[in-house]
Design a protein around this ligand. Structure first.
Ligand code: PMP
Length: 463
């Protein structure tokens, strides 16, 4: 009974899992009836292979981490090679080649802006949220070292997301993640999002962005000398529903930060490494930040690692005889050699495989497929794209002002419908999106599009 074997394995792993694991971002009560649990045995390219004998197209790059495909042999080999020589070493007082080489490579490709000194220092952490904590603490601490102790506040954007640790949550604005913990969070100032989906009738994306920038200017004016940094996700607010904005906003935000003597923190944890069409999203606005947070795709999606790139001005603000003025932040696995080796291999693939050019062709192919999906359903209110990211906004009447009743859980229905058809889509509320591994091919793109159309039809049939 060979055919039964995968199903038996699948059931066994599901049972063992549900006996011991507590899954992230999950109401565990919904497993396994409302929310299926899919044990995965292995990955290959854009596919995830389940113990159920079925394969699933990874339409979301496994939480936006994977770049070149699952189990990419060159990255796997680089990790194995590194593991045979040095798996981990304390990074305080010690160093290793992969950490140095990766820092050099990241600084060489970081966004540049004419007239601004390039980012010149790399501080490692081990996940995205920790990277955000590092950037926030650096900005705050820099002003303190200068005796500007009244600069204690951050400006963040409405609908932004920067992670789940308490510091990162404090500058995030997604109620689902934030609301419960609000009493624990430092009070940030929130500026209106430049989100083009929220444009007023007749307003262009650029006008919408500039209107939001005017509000940001007002916020700076209202809090003179209190702010240490503005933090934002350039071009694309991912967890906020893959909402996109015009680069004009970033240019104004950069100018306002300079005019107010405040740092600009670019959270490129999700947008970095080619996701939005350029290596980093900041490039599309021709700006460079003072601090840039990287993680997720940094290792090609193989291992947790974060890097915070900082300007020399920030770095020098910590040089002193006093230990207290130093940046003492530390994580045990900071700059782990295996993760750095994976990141170096991933960056190598960008060069050897011409990834950014290939992505341009893939992104161009995604556009008509997505347009067809949008045209095929009366419930798609918006189809939008930023490079390798495509989003479909579902609404009852296909109009922006007619959201579905949240209790219908349209997104969850779409998730299940797609999964049954062998595609992993993971909607954000009622927003479906594609963020596939860059190796996705024509046939897989077709499957993604057909399945998205079918999932939307099935999910909205209840409405
Ligand atoms: N910033 C952004 C923009 C993110 O999208 C995420 C993760 N979704 C984070 C920070 C947090 O990263 P991590 O999940 O690795 O903590």
């Amino acid at each position: 009974m060979l055919a039964d074997r995968p199903r038996a394995l699948d059931a066994r792993w599901r049972e063992r899992d549900l006996a011991v694991l507590w899954h992230p971002c999950t109401q565990m009560r919904e497993h396994p009836d409302v929310l299926p649990l899919v044990p995965i045995e292995r990955g290959e390219g854009a596919w995830l292979h389940g113990y159920d004998g079925r394969r699933y197209l990874d339409g979301v790059s496994s939480w936006w981490t994977n770049l070149h495909g699952h189990a990419e042999p060159r990255i796997a080999e680089a990790i194995a090679r590194q593991a045979r020589s040095l798996e981990q070493v304390i990074l305080a007082g010690f160093s290793h080649a992969p950490a140095v080489e990766l820092a050099e490579r990241l600084l060489a490709i970081a966004p540049r802006q004419p007239g601004r000194a390039p980012l010149s220092r790399v501080f490692y952490a081990d996940n995205g949220s920790a990277g955000v904590e590092v950037a926030l603490k650096m900005a705050f601490h820099w002003f303190r070292n200068r005796g500007e102790e009244q600069r204690t506040r951050f400006i963040a954007l409405e609908n932004g997301y920067h992670g789940e640790t308490l510091g990162a949550l404090a500058v995030g604005d997604i109620p689902l993640y934030r609301r419960v913990y609000a009493p624990l969070l430092a009070e940030a100032l929130f500026a209106p999002s430049p989100d083009a989906y929220m444009a007023l009738p007749g307003e262009s994306d650029e006008q919408c962005a500039l209107r939001a920038a005017d509000a940001l200017a007002d916020l700076f004016d209202q809090h003179p000398g209190e702010i240490c940094a503005l933090i934002l996700e350039p071009r694309l607010q991912c967890a906020g529903g893959m909402r996109m904005h015009h680069p004009a906003y970033l240019r104004r935000a950069r100018e306002l930060c300079d005019a107010n003597g405040v740092f600009l923190i670019a959270d490129e944890i999700a947008t970095g490494f080619g996701r939005t069409g350029t290596m980093f999203a900041c490039e599309q606005a021709g700006i460079a930040p003072d601090l840039m947070c990287l993680s997720k795709g940094l290792t090609g999606g193989f291992l947790p690692l974060a890097a915070v790139l900082a300007s020399e001005t920030i770095y020098e603000g910590f040089l002193d005889d006093s230990r207290e003025r130093a940046f003492l932040h530390s994580h045990s696995y900071t700059g782990n050699p295996l993760a750095c080796a994976a990141a170096l291999a991933s960056l190598g693939i960008f060069g050897s495989d011409g990834v950014l050019e290939r992505n341009r062709a893939t992104a161009a192919r995604m556009a008509p497929l997505a347009a067809q999906v949008g045209a095929g359903s009366p419930h798609v209110a918006d189809v939008r794209q930023a490079g390798m990211v495509m989003a479909f906004e579902l609404a009852r009447d296909g109009q922006r002002d007619s959201p579905f009743d949240p209790s219908l859980r349209i997104g969850l229905r779409a998730y299940r419908a797609a999964l049954e058809r062998g595609v992993l889509l993971r909607p954000l509320g009622d927003i479906l999106y594609w963020m596939p591994p860059y190796c996705i091919d024509e046939g897989q793109l077709q499957l993604l599009a057909e399945t998205t159309a079918a999932a939307i039809a099935e999910a909205t049939a209840c409405a």
